[in-house]
Design a protein around this ligand. Structure first.
Ligand SMILES: [Zn+2]
Ligand SMILES: [Zn+2]
Length: 244
């Protein structure tokens, strides 16, 4: 199944077409969508459109594998870039905010996969660890040594609540300058969820990543397009060639 975009003048919605289509999400599409959409949800719509495109690539690749063809299971870097690169004319803060909101939504799917495996009775999951690093949970009045799965859930809930807070993010069209600082702290905490998964639940991480490209998108957003996370805090080995 490939997701195709609509013809000019039709409503903004997705439709399915045959697998031979060579449709691509390009920069100009993102710009056109933003110009065309009248609601303040335009940026979110563009991001989700790009992500659906990424999923459709995965579906096509699975079909090729079922046919016995030998292909590399990886989404091209240009596709990640097309989803995450800041389109011309879009407020960078709004773009970061919407991507982080979308990441939180999809991270919930990863958490659902981790819950049966990330048990406090496991040595590596008793506290929040990622390789050699150990973290205290900041979701409490004083930081607590929550188990890994509790840390992950508390962190994700806290990030989601903050991004949806009418106090700090009262509008989806503009972001108050004083709230920009939260992007970096949210990204640094969300990174630890990926890191715990990579170091201690590798199979779940790999399966999820192959299907969603979520870590690639997160890394591109947080270290290439915007400097939300310093390089020294990236503990997952550079397993992906980001190509830029
Ligand atoms: Zn765990
Ligand atoms: Zn906690």
């Amino acid at each position: 199944m490939v997701i195709n975009r609509n013809k000019k003048g039709t409503r903004l919605e997705l439709k399915t077409v045959d697998t031979d289509s060579d449709d691509k999400l390009d920069d100009s599409l993102a710009e056109k969508l933003i110009r065309r959409a009248e609601s303040s949800l335009a940026v979110q719509t563009v991001i989700q459109h790009g992500i659906v495109f990424c999923h459709s690539l995965f579906a096509v690749m699975l079909k090729h594998i079922q046919w016995g063809a030998s292909i590399v299971l990886a989404v091209d870097n240009s596709d990640i870039e097309a989803i995450v690169r800041l389109p011309e004319g879009v407020d960078p803060a709004v773009w970061q905010c919407e991507h982080l909101r979308q990441l939180c939504l999809q991270l919930n799917q990863l958490v659902a996969l981790l819950i049966p495996e990330c048990l406090p009775s496991n040595e590596d999951c008793r506290e929040m660890k990622a390789g050699e690093w150990q973290y205290l949970c900041a979701a409490h009045v004083s930081p607590q040594p929550c188990s890994a799965i509790d840390y992950i859930i508390h962190t994700l809930d806290g990030a989601t609540a903050l991004l949806n807070s009418s106090k700090f993010f009262p509008s989806r069209a503009t972001i108050p300058m004083a709230s920009h600082k939260h992007f970096s702290s949210i990204a640094r905490r969300l990174y630890r969820i990926f890191a715990h998964s990579w170091f201690h639940h590798r199979e779940i991480f790999d399966d999820f990543e192959n299907e969603t490209c979520l870590y690639k998108r997160f890394l591109f957003l947080s270290t290439i397009e915007f400097q939300l996370i310093p390089e020294k805090l990236i503990t997952i080995p550079q397993v992906f060639d980001m190509g830029v």
